[in-house]
Design a binder for this molecule. Structure first.
Ligand code: LLP
Length: 387
């Protein structure tokens, strides 16, 4: 079998492109380390389905005993279908529809992460109609900056997410006096693709202050959920294919003063699935421009929107060629100029029919695909099925 890097390019010949290729060895190795490091401190991990909700990926993750972080009724259904127990499902989101709240109540999920007083009152009402008590954590906007793209920072004051620190006392009072709500925790999330442990340390300091204030008011909450956000190395997917979970969890262990009897929860998405996936496309044409050459591939922003939407960098490789390096603008077939995966990308000399791998695409790749231009949604191919 011809293999370049970790790609079985021979086998790819018989698969229709573009498709997502998932290296399940990378996924399992990532989960092994995550589990080991989280268990060390008895931290609870809920996988954020929004990063990738392929059933096979979900069932592998479920096999490691993780819980699920869902942001829609669809994700709750997918999690349940993959075997995640409802008792380990958290449900977040600023705009939960009534049917989604009802679905979550019917399953008696572990916790609703609530983002406003009106939402709290609706959950209380719907729970009362079913004769149930909804477990709730209040999502607090900690006003902590995260060094990441402004589209994916969520924890600062001008953001739509969470409840402002200044309103927290009021919201706690409302939650504690609602008959069909049991307030069990606080929830935070400062952003995504965060590489600086200092940002998480900043969240811990804010949380410590907050806990002191709550303690002074006689409020004790059993669960603290610090969200997700740990980043991955998009520039060197092979050098560090598994994120530094040891350092990540140790930062919280060191910085956060948990109270007696409190459990700490996490909601990682990208750091679990990001590096195991690549978008595989075929080169349709190599076109000579005025002062550049274009490699036009059959995958586009419809399959992977991150470069177009966030100017995100993904490493691009020609996995069919060993020829000398040349520079190409790698572009897709969609009728939008932003349908460009990379400019002046160094690739082994490229010709029609070569396979191009766009790396680190396991998170927010396939799940964000669209049918714009009436294109087909991409399929998923798993390494363990090809052997
Ligand atoms: N928890 C909450 C409340 C979140 O909002 C998110 C992500 C996560 C957990 C998971 O974060 P992660 O561990 O994956 O960083 N589409 C964007 C990312 C959007 C992230 C939204 N929230 C991208 O492609 O970069």
């Amino acid at each position: 079998m011809t293999v370049k890097g970790t790609f079985p390019t021979d086998v790819f010949q018989s698969i229709e492109t573009p498709f997502y290729y998932y290296d399940t060895n990378v996924l399992r190795a990532t989960l092994d380390l995550l589990k080991k490091e989280a268990d060390r401190y008895r931290f609870k991990v809920h996988y954020a389905l929004k990063a990738n909700a392929e059933q096979r990926i979900l069932s592998i993750i479920h096999g490691y005993g993780l819980g699920a972080d869902c942001v829609s009724g669809g994700e709750i259904k997918a999690a349940i279908q993959a075997g995640f127990p409802a008792s380990k499902i958290v449900f977040a989101g600023v705009g939960k529809a009534d049917w989604e709240i009802n679905l979550a109540l019917d399953y008696s999920i572990f916790c609703f992460n609530v983002e406003s007083i009106p939402e709290l009152l609706v959950i209380n009402e719907l729970a009362a109609a079913k004769g149930k008590v909804a477990h709730v954590a209040i999502r607090v906007n900690p006003n902590v900056k995260a060094d990441t793209h402004h589209y994916i920072t969520t924890g600062t004051a001008e953001n739509k997410f969470g409840i402002a620190l200044s309103d927290l006392d009021k919201v706690i009072d409302v939650a504690q006096s609602a008959s069909n709500i049991k307030l069990i925790g606080l929830h935070f999330h400062i952003g995504s693709q965060i590489m600086e442990m200092n940002n998480f340390a900043g969240l811990c300091s804010r949380l410590n202050e907050l806990q002191d204030q709550l303690e002074a008011r006689g409020v004790f909450l059993e669960h603290i959920n610090v969200g997700g956000g740990l980043g991955i190395d998009y520039h060197n997917p092979d050098r560090q294919s598994i994120p530094d979970f040891a350092n990540y969890f140790a930062t919280f262990k060191r910085m956060l003063k948990l109270r007696e009897g409190q459990t700490l929860h996490f909601e990682p998405g990208r750091s679990i699935v990001g590096q195991c996936g690549s978008l595989i496309s075929k080169v349709l044409y190599v076109k000579e421009g005025v002062n550049r050459q274009f490699a036009i591939v059959d995958g586009g922003m419809t399959e992977l929107i991150r470069p177009a939407l966030y100017q995100a960098y993904h490493q691009i490789e020609n996995i069919s060629s060993e020829e000398s390096i040349q520079k190409y603008d790698v572009v897709g077939p969609i009728c939008e100029s932003s349908d460009t995966f990379g400019k002046e990308v160094e690739l082994n000399q490229t010709k029609r029919g070569d396979f191009i791998a766009i790396r680190s695409a396991g998170a927010y790749g396939q799940i964000m695909a669209s049918q714009y231009n009436l294109r087909r949604l991409p399929n998923a191919v798993f390494s363990e099925d090809l052997i």
